[in-house]
Design a protein around this ligand. Structure first.
Ligand code: SAM
Length: 210
């Protein structure tokens, strides 16, 4: 991620590339109203892009990194919508999320986590699923995007190389397996709903609260 000296907005090329394909899936997947809770908002590019295009919902960005929260606030200031809520500090691994003690004005209908669970320890993925299990209402949606393996096998050589690079950076990181995520999701009451191939060997994995 890079930042220009003129403002606090950081730029992630991947977020720019994947925004439109992800939006197309969100438009047909998210409940029509309510608050969408974005976990790991990163630079804030996605929040600023999605919120005005999904404007029958509120968009709640969250991010544990304070520098990135400044970038999210700067991107939010550029978004022409009043549906984008101020960013909040949220670590998916925490046993209680701030939105549980101070819920947004409109109930949370969906949780979105893009390119997070492979760049965090498995415990963060379990924390994300546990939070979704606690917070989502019946038929609420959990949307995950990123590279995944299937049955323990990478789906492309580029994903295998990416996974090795991640594990060299941090042994607790790595591409997650669809089956392992689905198994952990089932344990908190989240059932697989859809599984969509995305550009560059990524997947959209969609779960619903039963
Ligand atoms: C590769 S970035 C993706 C950011 C953004 N979603 C995107 O697609 O551009 C990974 C993000 O995961 C966040 N992250 C890592 N561990 C986390 C955790 N335990 N809870 C919430 N976010 C976390 C990082 O701070 C970072 O913003």
């Amino acid at each position: 991620m890079t930042a220009s000296s003129a403002d606090q907005r950081r730029h992630a090329p991947a977020a720019e590339r994947n925004a439109a394909p992800i939006l197309a899936v969100l438009q047909r997947t998210l409940p029509a109203t309510g608050t969408v809770l974005e976990i790991a908002s990163g630079t804030g590019q996605h929040a600023a892009f999605f919120a005005p295009r999904l404007a029958s919902r509120r968009w709640q960005p969250t991010e544990p990194d304070p520098e990135l929260r400044r970038s999210i606030a700067a991107w939010s200031a550029t978004a022409a919508t009043d549906t984008l809520l101020p960013v909040i500090d949220l670590d998916a691994g925490a046993p209680l999320w701030p939105v549980e003690t101070a819920p947004p004005p409109e109930p949370i209908c969906a949780i979105v986590a893009i390119n997070m669970i492979h760049i965090a320890p498995w415990a963060a993925c379990l924390g994300l699923l546990a939070g979704a299990g606690r917070i989502l209402p019946p038929r609420g949606v959990l949307y995950l995007y990123g590279p995944f393996s299937r049955d323990g096998r990478h789906t492309a050589p580029s994903n295998a190389a990416f996974d090795s690079g991640l594990r060299r950076r941090d042994a607790a990181w790595g591409i997650r397996d669809v089956g392992a995520v689905a198994h952990a999701a089932a344990a908190v009451g989240l059932a697989p709903h859809d599984d969509i191939a995305m550009p560059a060997n990524n997947l959209s994995l969609i779960f619903r609260r039963s």
